[in-house]
Design a protein around this ligand. Sequence first.
Ligand code: NCD
Ligand code: ZN
Length: 346
Amino acid sequence: MKNKTFLKIIQPDDWHVHLREGDMMKVVTKFSSRINNRCVVMPNLETPITNSYLARQYKENLSLITAGLNFTTLLPCYLIDSLDLNDFKLALKKGIFVGAKLYPINATTNSSFGISKIDNIFSALEILEELGKPLLVHGEKVREDINMFDREKYFIDEELQIIRNRYPSLKIILEHVSSEYGTDFVNENKNTAGTITPHHMMLTKKDFFYENSINPHHFCMPVVKEESDLIALRKCACSGNKKFFLGTDSAPHHVNFKLPNMSSRAGIFSSPCSIELYVTIFEEEDSLDNLESFSSYNGPIFYELPINTEHIALTKETWVVPEYTIENNVKIRNFLGGKELNWKVI
Ligand code: NCD
Ligand code: ZN
């Protein structure tokens, strides 16, 4: 299997990506639409998408860019303490929202409107459970006495387990699972799935800290962790485990916000090469046969959406990822920019 030089798979979907707004949206969206049929687009804009009015507006802006392409964007509602429950329920029923996203307050980019106490969203969770729509979770607990590397574990123990027990039929997706503890939680609980990014399967904290400093281009939330976590993530993704599927968490920021200090914004921009990165990982794990399950089957099955019918093809060919994506006023550092990759989409 390691000697494959050509791959044809059912068109993938990206179940977690940031397409942003304005010029940034124009520049980054084409990298996602070139590969995927569907993307779950994150609602953490500067004004978070918390109701159907904002959702329609955002979708309209996106459709100006994606018109004529075979590409669908799905949007989860950004949960806030003061959600309009009638609007939320109706928008879920109409398909304006595909589900809802839980951001704990101040856990990541644009999450200052996030949830301070999970009790505040219990009514919203009841609606999701009743309608069979998923809850997408940024699973990190932020508290002064919890170090960054343990945030996922604490969130699971102190918040997610409560939600899991209280709403047993609710579909929960632990987004960008980053630790072995997280993969265990997903594996041990019914109606629970996880998305996995390429960077959490390629980097450890050694790649984030270097020469007495940090590498801001390897800084994301949740932060990359230990070798043992990376191994656990690779095992779940590459073994054909139906609970895990593709979600790049490609999260572009202008280079000016990615300076090598702790005020750098969190987010890794991988969409110019994300499917190639996944192929590389599956090849390294001698698991190319399971790639399609992760990239094209497990996600739609969990979301109860149809499997795509088109295909994409990749060939073994060396190319260098450009260092930056530069267009108009936008300049973004590409993940692994300047590095050689061995697979290329045809
Ligand atoms: C994301 C962003 O920049 O919007 N950042 C990140 O590090 N992943 C937010 C998120 O998904 O947590
Ligand atoms: Zn994200």
